[in-house]
Ligand binder design. Structure first.
Ligand code: APR
Length: 234
C-alpha cells in the first residue's frame, strides 16, 4: 500500500469484546431476552423509559470495570504517531479508545458518558445512573436521556465522516458485523473514492466481499500486527 496519507478507521463492538464488554449480535448480545433493536429506539424510550435508562445505566456501570485492550492501545499509538490525516470513527459508546490515549476519535453513535436533554437539547458529560438521577442542569426538566443515537435517529457528524471517506487512501474496519447502516456502507463509499479497504474481524462481516482484504482473528492480535506493518511500510 504505497503513499498512504489519509486513514479512516471504523470500529465496532468487536474491538471492545476482549475488554469484557458484550457485543450486540453475539450469543450474549440479547438483553433480558430482547433484541437491541427493540430497546434502543425513541419509541421504547417513550413507552418504557425505565427499561431503556436501565439498559444504559448497566452499560455505564460496566465501563468502570473494564480496561482498554491491545487493539485500542495499538490504534492510540497509531493516532499519536501518524503524521497524516487520521480519524477513528467508532460506533462504540464506550470510552476505551480515549482511555488508551487516542484523540482523533468520533463517536458516531454517541457516548455513554454523555447526557442529552430531551426537553431543551442540551448535552454534557454524565456519570452515574439516569434512573433516579439529576434533572437537566440547563432547563431543570426531568428529561435527561443517554446521548446515544437510537435506531431510527441520525448518526452524529455524517457530513464530516463522508467528506473524509471521499479522500481516504485507506479504510480499515475493525470488529463490526456490518449489520447497521450507514456505517456498514462506509466501505463502499471509500472504495468507490479510490481507497484501499481492509477488514479485521473475528469472522467475515455481512459486507466482507466489499473489502479488498479481510483478515480473520481477534482484534487484540490483528490490530497491533496491522499497525506495525503500516509503520514498517511507511
Ligand atoms: N475481535 C474482532 N472482532 C470481534 C471480536 C474480537 N475479539 N469479538 C467479536 N468480534 C466481531 C463479531 O464477530 C461481530 O462481527 O465484532 C462484531 C460485532 O458486531 P455487533 O455486535 O453487531 O456490533 P457492531 O457492529 O458494533 O454493532 C453496530 O449496532 O446495536 C447497534 O448501535 C449499536 O453501534 C452498534 C451497532
Amino acid at each position: 500500500m504505497a503513499d498512504i496519507q489519509t486513514i479512516v478507521v471504523l470500529t465496532g463492538a468487536g474491538i471492545s469484546a476482549e475488554s469484557g464488554l458484550a457485543t450486540f449480535r453475539g450469543p450474549e448480545g440479547l438483553w433480558e431476552g430482547r433484541r437491541v433493536e427493540e430497546i434502543c429506539t425513541p419509541e421504547a424510550l417513550f413507552a418504557d423509559r425505565e427499561l431503556v435508562l436501565d439498559f444504559y445505566d448497566q452499560r455505564r456501570r460496566a465501563l468502570a470495570t473494564v480496561e482498554p485492550n491491545a487493539g485500542h492501545r495499538a490504534l492510540a499509538w497509531l493516532d499519536q504517531h501518524w503524521p497524516g490525516e487520521l480519524l477513528i470513527v467508532t460506533q462504540n459508546v464506550d470510552d476505551l479508545h480515549e482511555r488508551a490515549g487516542a484523540q482523533r476519535v468520533l463517536h458516531m453513535h454517541g457516548e455513554l458518558l454523555s447526557a442529552l436533554c430531551s426537553a431543551c437539547g442540551a448535552r454534557g458529560g454524565f456519570a452515574g445512573d439516569m434512573i433516579g438521577g439529576p434533572r437537566c442542569a440547563v432547563c431543570g426538566q426531568d428529561a435527561l436521556r443517554p446521548d446515544i443515537v437510537f435506531f431510527g435517529e441520525m448518526p452524529y457528524e455524517m457530513e464530516r465522516i463522508e467528506a473524509l471517506l471521499t479522500r481516504a487512501d485507506l479504510f480499515v474496519s475493525i470488529g463490526t458485523s456490518g449489520a447497521v447502516y450507514p456505517a456498514a456502507g462506509f466501505v463502499q463509499g471509500a472504495r468507490q473514492a479510490g481507497a484501499d479497504t481492509l477488514e479485521l474481524n473475528l469472522e467475515p462481516s455481512a459486507g466482507s466481499h466489499h473489502f479488498h482484504e479481510t483478515r480473520i482473528g481477534p482484534a487484540s492480535v490483528l490490530v497491533p500486527a496491522w499497525v506495525e506493518e503500516l509503520i514498517a511500510e511507511g
